[in-house]
Design a protein around this ligand. Structure first.
Ligand code: AKG
Length: 331
């Protein structure tokens, strides 16, 4: 039997949610609401370089998260990216299933719905599409949606822009630690840095207060850059509370991931985040994960470590890190 998709479930007559979606009381949005009055940092990339070094480094130390404006990615390109992603999810179910992934057999790319590993695990209220976007030498385009036909062209264009913005952010973050601008990128594999696209589609949910879109997690990546549609839902963890990220048209949502936290020896924080869903409207988000190649050795940058600042993290390959994280083993 195939995987039950959340989109299919949501399209049916559904008055009550199946039990596998219903979170225990302490995880439910209704019992863990975001606090009022606190807003995430918003940084315009049009500011002078020295101001940007300070602002980005501060936001990533205090929050591990910020919104970026004036990033130079044309609004029309973001709109096209969103359009081709929406088109994919509108395809007949049978056509989408031709792309089904199978993470339990190591096939991560394609169309997916998170499956439970243990009986008590809960299912997230979303379907997604996931594929490698860069470097070109490693990309297998047969895993990408072939419809609409403009999917590939648009996504490749977006990838170029993302690489440019990532370079700039990594440079600012390196300088924020007193290092040469190229240090973080070179530890992340330089031009071999890997970029993955995950399109999240959260259908409307009859009882949104009982479920989660994505459950609380930090990203394994170095940096994640996300654009949502105009339905809010992302929460980031700050000072033991959830903070809601308001929708800001055209902004990029930048998350620090685990690999930058490790390389920075803890100066920059990998942000814990989750998403909630909406009763009436579909939420979508386009998350781009920038990560080192699997064989890259990641540990605190040696120049940041001395007798006063001992290493807070062990050094291991990114492949080893991933394996441990997927299997919930200590790092
Ligand atoms: O949709 C969002 O805003 C968050 C998505 C996310 O955290 C993920 O896909 O890992």
């Amino acid at each position: 039997m195939g995987v039950e998709r959340v989109q299919t479930l949501a399209n049916g007559e559904l008055n009550e949610l199946p039990a596998q979606f219903i979170r225990p009381a302490h995880e439910r949005p209704e019992n863990t609401e975001a606090i009022e009055g606190l807003t995430v940092p918003v940084i315009s990339l049009s500011q002078p370089h020295d101001v940007l070094v300070k602002e980005v480094s501060r936001a990533c130390s205090e929050w591990g998260f910020c919104l970026i404006t004036d990033h130079g990615i044309p609004e029309s390109l973001i709109q096209r990216l969103q359009m081709v992603g929406q088109e994919f999810f509108k395809l007949p179910q049978k056509e989408k299933e031709a792309y089904a992934n199978d993470p339990s057999n190591g096939k991560f790319e394609g169309y997916g719905t998170k499956m439970t590993k243990n009986h008590d695990d809960k299912v997230e209220w979303l379907d997604y599409f996931f594929h490698l976007m860069s470097p070109p030498s490693k990309v297998n385009y047969s895993f990408w949606p072939q419809k609409p036909s403009s999917y590939r062209e648009t996504t490749e264009e977006y990838n170029k822009e993302i690489l440019r913005v990532t370079d700039e952010l990594l440079q600012l973050l390196s300088e924020g630690m007193g290092l040469e601008g190229n240090v973080l990128k070179s530890h992340l594999g330089g031009e071999d840095i890997e970029v993955e696209m995950k399109i999240n589609m959260y259908p409307p949910c009859p009882q949104p207060q009982l479920v989660l879109g994505v459950e609380p997690h930090t990203d394994m990546s170095a940096i994640t850059i996300l654009v949502p549609n105009d339905v809010p839902g992302l929460h980031v963890w700050k000072d033991e509370k959830w903070v809601a990220v308001n929708y800001l048209p055209n902004a990029l949502l930048v998350h620090i991931g685990d690999q930058v936290e490790i390389l920075s020896n803890g100066k920059y924080k990998s942000v814990l985040h989750r998403s909630i869903v909406n009763k009436d409207r579909m939420r979508m988000s386009w998350a781009v994960f920038c990560a080192p190649p699997h064989e890259a050795l990641i540990g605190p940058v040696p120049a940041l470590v001395d007798d006063q600042n001992p290493e807070k993290y062990s050094t291991k390959t990114f492949a080893e890190y991933r394996f441990r994280k997927f299997n919930k083993l200590p790092q």
